[in-house]
Design a protein around this ligand. Structure first.
Ligand SMILES: [Zn+2]
Length: 126
């Protein structure tokens, strides 16, 4: 999915070292984010990206983007960041998702920030 988004000109959010901030549309999507669950929940953040992935058949194509299984009875995942950002997932992932905090406190962002902070501290010390 990263490749398709890059080819379509979409950009991922990234850490700008000069400003010390996370910025939207900063850098190309990276292959390491191809772990589907992380990718779709953490990296792909906007309805326009989701809608693009739908239009090229990478979402809502009968396969669940979370686990890769065929979707028999589609469920809907809606992003906590953006209600326009939604796609089909399978029932077992719907059930798994209940009780898991998908929103609203931007868990992925916090986790990423925590991971990155020590690295930038280490770099500053060197
Ligand atoms: Zn699933």
């Amino acid at each position: 999915m990263a490749k398709e988004l890059n080819e379509a000109g979409f950009k991922a959010k990234g850490f700008n070292e000069e400003t010390g901030k996370w910025e939207k549309d900063y850098e190309p999507y990276k292959a390491y984010a191809e772990d589907p669950e992380t990718f779709i929940l953490g990296v792909v953040s906007g309805a326009k990206e989701i809608n693009y992935l739908k239009s090229i058949g990478l979402l809502n194509n009968g396969r669940c983007p979370m686990c890769g299984k065929n979707i028999e009875v589609p469920g809907r995942f809606t992003s906590g960041y953006d209600p326009n950002c939604h796609f089909q997932i399978c029932q077992s992932c719907v059930n798994k998702g209940q009780g898991v905090s998908i929103n609203p406190s931007n868990n992925t962002g916090c986790m990423l920030s925590l991971l990155f902070i020590p690295w930038y501290l280490v770099k500053a010390i060197i």
